[in-house]
Write a protein that binds this ligand. Structure first.
Ligand SMILES: Cc1ncc(COP(=O)(O)O)c(C=O)c1O
Length: 369
């Protein structure tokens, strides 16, 4: 085994694909997904601390044994209200929510049609579901229509992200939802990068007038704009009951820690009460894009193609050295093989931080001021 592990390490080294998990502090953060700056908001932290005192550190069991607490129920109610959905089911992460919903809806009788750029958690869920699956080119609505028209299975699910995590562009939700309605298919939208961001924070599905539509369901993570941890499936009561009773990542996984649930609950309240946060974040994202010479993305993520994995690694290291943390996306995180710097804007970036970070990124990329 050691010989094989060492040979794999060699291959990663030669291809510029070495990843590390190192604690970094003191850098201007353009790498995290804390889009609204809520992870350190004193109200969010206080809610988590109070839940720790009330419920203890861990949930102690699966949601269907005795892991469900008042903190989970409050969170589901707040998520439902924020997104305008009929019901919500909270999971321990966005990853397990996606695995859970795909396996609960999939199987030989369900055709799954998905954008080629959807997140790894959705792709893993599709594989696990043993459904027949069609990957369509990124943002190819006509190809979705053609796959729906050609289907032979009794059911179909179309899977998209509302705002794509790597490219930062927005899906054509209204058009795809209309196709799904025509072909009696379910549209499943991963709003990991949409909730807290699009539609004054209520998500792109809400902004498109699709919240509560019977043929549209949503998955969410609580670990990005909501500043906490966890994930959710949002949709009809019927969908919630089905997922609760069949998703193995719900039934066989310990529930989300109550403190994380309480933090996310408070974050949902803040997002609804303070829509100016998402507007400020989007203004910061647009300013950052302009200074770095790229078109403004649909959400917080500004994706800058830089070519090879080695160049992405070198630029990221140079920016770290000048005090700015950026995301470095290389294969297999980039489905088209093009490595990218991924800059995320935050609502709580100060003008001075924004200026310093944008100057450093523009200089590294050779963009003229
Ligand atoms: C589009 C998308 N879906 C799902 C996830 C998984 O969410 P979590 O980090 O809560 O497991 C992520 C996070 O990276 C994501 O970007």
């Amino acid at each position: 085994m050691d010989t094989w592990l060492a040979s794999r390490a060699d291959v990663r080294e030669r291809r510029g694909l070495v990843r590390t998990a190192t604690a970094r502090a003191g850098l201007i953060d353009l790498a995290s997904n804390d889009y609204l700056g809520l992870s350190a908001d004193p109200r969010v932290v206080a809610a988590a601390a109070a839940a720790l005192q009330t419920y203890g550190a861990g949930a102690r069991a699966s949601r269907v044994v005795c892991g469900t607490t008042g903190a989970h129920q409050d969170l589901e109610e707040q998520l439902r209200r924020l997104t305008g959905q009929e019901s919500a089911l909270v999971f321990s992460s966005g990853y397990t929510a996606n695995l859970g919903v795909m396996t609960a809806l999939g199987g030989p009788g369900t055709l799954i049609i998905h954008d080629a750029h959807v997140h790894a958690s959705l792709l893993d869920g599709i594989r696990l579901s043993r459904s027949p699956a069609v990957a369509v080119a990124h943002q190819d609505t006509a190809a979705i229509g053609a796959a729906l028209a050609a289907r032979t299975q009794p059911r179909a699910v179309v899977v998209l992200e509302s705002i794509y995590s790597v490219l930062g562009d927005a899906a054509a939700l209204a058009e795809v939802a209309a196709l799904c309605a025509d072909f009696d298919a379910l549209l499943l939208v991963d709003e990991a990068h949409g909730i807290g961001v699009a539609g004054d924070g209520r998500g792109a599905v809400h902004a498109a007038g699709l919240a509560g539509a019977r043929h549209v369901a949503v998955t969410a993570t609580l670990s990005k704009a909501l500043g906490s941890q966890g994930g959710a499936v949002l949709g009809s009561h019927l969908l919630r009951e089905h997922v609760l009773n069949t998703a193995r990542t719900f039934i066989f996984d310990t529930a989300l820690a109550p403190a994380a649930a309480a933090a996310a609950t408070q974050a949902c309240r803040i997002v609804r009460a303070e829509p100016e946060r998402s507007r400020r974040m989007l203004a910061n994202a647009a300013a950052l894009a302009q200074r770095c010479g790229v078109a403004a993305a649909a959400g917080a993520v500004q994706s800058i193609p830089v070519g090879s994995a080695d160049r992405a690694t070198a630029l990221t290291a140079a920016l770290h050295a000048s005090g700015v943390a950026v995301g470095c996306f290389r294969p297999p995180s980039v489905p088209d093989g093009v490595s990218r710097l991924r800059l995320t804007a935050r609502a709580n970036l100060t003008p001075a931080e924004l200026d310093r970070a944008a100057t450093a990124v523009a200089a590294a990329l050779g963009v003229m001021p």
